[in-house]
Design a protein around this ligand. Structure first.
Ligand SMILES: Nc1ncnc2c1ncn2[C@@H]1O[C@H](COP(=O)(O)OP(=O)(O)OP(=O)(O)O)[C@@H](O)[C@H]1O
Ligand SMILES: [Mg+2]
Length: 220
């Protein structure tokens, strides 16, 4: 299987309000292959979202390199990073990040690379149990519905890499199962899935689990 994402020796620190630097990641390496689901877990504040943001080219590491689909994009120009994200990476954020004034369907449409038909969009929304709310504005959707729209948007373009940050938080068992099924089918179609979550349920779908304490020493 080909490697779709590689982080090599990543370090990242942030300044706090007193301008003191805090190291969040130090020497983090991980590899994600096509078709693989890797479950990243660890305590709150251990750096899971920071890893996903760096992998999704939304944040630049202080040191180390980020490879997506065989390309070193560590210091890619914003335009290249945006194009890679749009074409090759799907992201589900810890907060759903939908545009509140647009409907569920319009939020998915906005992320689509090629202009899909309404039927195609409805078909995709249906996979997540969202047909009935397709034309409802995002701000009027429940938290769980918003999360499923965000998930639908992330997988619509069949990305090479799917980065999902706590994608089931706030979902009931039925909707959690829909998301797990979507992760399975993304991976079955060759997508590499990196999911960060506290939820033990990912044990059911993960091919590999990666405690944050171990990404510090994993060899690539
Ligand atoms: N932009 C930022 N500026 C300053 N500190 C940050 C920033 N982003 C993250 N941090 C800090 O980095 C650490 C790791 O945060 P991160 O969000 O990656 O943790 P997490 O493992 O995803 O936690 P959770 O399980 O609560 O989502 C935290 O201490 C956080 O306060
Ligand atoms: Mg987080």
């Amino acid at each position: 299987m080909s490697t779709v994402l590689m982080l090599e020796n990543i370090s990242k620190s942030f300044r706090d309000d007193h301008r003191n630097r805090h190291t969040v990641l130090s020497g983090v390496s991980l590899r994600l292959d096509a078709g693989e689901i890797v479950w990243l877990h660890g305590d709150s504040g251990s750096g899971k979202s920071t890893v996903l943001n760096i992998a999704g080219l939304l944040s630049t590491p202080d040191a180390g390199s980020v490879w997506v689909d065989g390309r070193d994009l560590t210091r890619a120009a914003p335009k290249i990073a945006a194009r890679t994200r749009a074409g090759r990476i799907g992201m589900v954020f810890q907060s759903s990040n939908l545009l509140p004034e647009l409907t569920a369907l319009e939020n998915v449409l906005l992320a689509a690379r090629e202009r899909p038909s309404r039927d195609q969009l409805l078909h995709e929304l249906d996979r997540f149990g969202l047909t009935a709310v397709a034309d409802r504005k995002a701000k009027k959707l429940s938290g769980g519905q918003q999360q499923r729209v965000a998930f639908c948007r992330a997988v619509f373009n069949r990305p090479a890499v799917l980065l999902a940050d706590e994608p089931t938080s706030g979902l009931d068992p039925t909707n959690t199962e829909l998301v797990l099924e979507a992760l399975r089918s993304s991976a079955a179609n060759g997508c590499g899935v990196l999911v960060a979550s506290h939820d033990q349920i990912f044990e059911q779908v993960a091919h590999r689990e990666l405690p944050m304490s171990e990404v510090l020493i994993e060899q690539v």
